[in-house]
Design a protein around this ligand. Sequence first.
Ligand SMILES: [Fe+2]
Length: 265
Amino acid sequence: MRFIHITDMHITADRRPLYGLSPHDRLAAAFECINRDFTDISFVMMTGDLVNRGTIPEYEGLREVLKVLDAPYYLLLGNHDRREAFCEIFPQVPVDGNGFVQFDFTVEDNRFIVMDTLDEGKTTGLICRQRLDWLAGQLESQAEMDTYLFIHHPPLRLEGGEELSEMIGAGRVKHLFFGHLHRPLHGSWKGIPMSSQFSTLHQFVYKFGSKVMQGSHEPPIFGAVNLVAGNVVINPHSYLDDSPIFNLRSKSAQNAASPEDLPPL
Ligand SMILES: [Fe+2]
């Protein structure tokens, strides 16, 4: 089965620009690409910072742009989100017994767990005792299924991350998908495979020693994820890329002196 991982859309109210870009148009472009080129997916997962300030008008804006998307979708909360406003506009999204926006769902032989790492008012995330206990209950049931976890914050410095790793390690979770970094990151954490993608909007510049938190307009990417018999393959897709496409075996393409000289396909 296939699904799409999108993150950090930062939708604004009234389609207002942010950092010189349109969050609404950027997300709509991703959805249009998915509708056109990824018609066999089971769902689209959006891993938080759904909106920029967590207000009702922003979530109304998100609800509006989601109408573009043909596929089913799932939403989780990031540090820019707010539970009360989100739940008012998206009352169909499950909330657990403690008020956290977290739930699970299955597709074929795969089980997906969606967790709420929001610590309202703080940039950093939190997985508190209540959320860990909820996760323990989830992991106990349907333990025979291949399980995948979605959270907003990177787990490495996440408060509660140590306990999380003990619960999901040893193969209990096959892959951890997250956002927040506005950068693609692929690797493993305490033996747990993990990945993130670029934002659909602005990106964070990865620069040691800089006193200024730097942003950039590097092109957005979403992850096209393929799950086959417990194997995870993630193709980063640069959905706004409009560079020329050419025949790799064409002699005239090989000898082209510039992109303009490339023969059309
Ligand atoms: Fe973000």
